[in-house]
Design a binder for this molecule. Sequence first.
Ligand SMILES: [Zn+2]
Ligand SMILES: [Zn+2]
Length: 238
Amino acid sequence: MNFMFRQILDQAAAVLVPPTCVLCGAPGKAGLDLCAACRDELPRNRHACPRCALPLPPAVAANAWCGACLQRPPPYTDAFVPYLYRDRIRALITGAKFSGRLNFLRLLGLCLADSAREAGITRPDLILPVPLHPHRMRTRGYNQALEIARVLGKELVIAVDGDTCVRLRAITPQEGLEKEARKRNVHGAFGVTAPLKAGHVALLDDVVTTGSTAAEVANTLLQAGARRVDLWAVARTP
Ligand SMILES: [Zn+2]
Ligand SMILES: [Zn+2]
């Protein structure tokens, strides 16, 4: 089933079927396929480095940078990553990415929008999703980061640009690679089709692991004319 058709089916279902929690089957909250109890149990990334969103031990002072950022700050200015990549968030993200559960993407976008409002984030001029390689795009049929960005942009009334930044070459999966190897793996993998007009860009991904991919895209965007790049994502690996 192609992406457009699935999207139409999802939208039709959203109108016809009352919201039902995708995690436990209980009635959902208004317009959200998630019940209040499951929402409260989503693993939050509450105590994290403000620069890279790395979860920090409770003993570390609030808003303190992590050791890695103190040594070598990343090219992005702020990180907004409200959830941890485990339990139900992991189930929602993997379902959205690998099982074609497109309604999960909408759900993640809405949760991210709520968290952004709660956190009082600094508003960017533009949300720019991390691009997928065209080959991956063809096999999956959609870019999960772009779909989450669309929901988020609509909710927060911020423009979304899914075209200007492109992936120039495929990246071997980053899983299992050490941080330095990840950096080498993504070096030169992104480019832009036109100079960026937006000064302040929020770069959006679904999951941040070491931040090497995000750093590479952020550098590309800064070179393309962005004044400031923030990193936004749904979840951070511990
Ligand atoms: Zn539930
Ligand atoms: Zn950090």
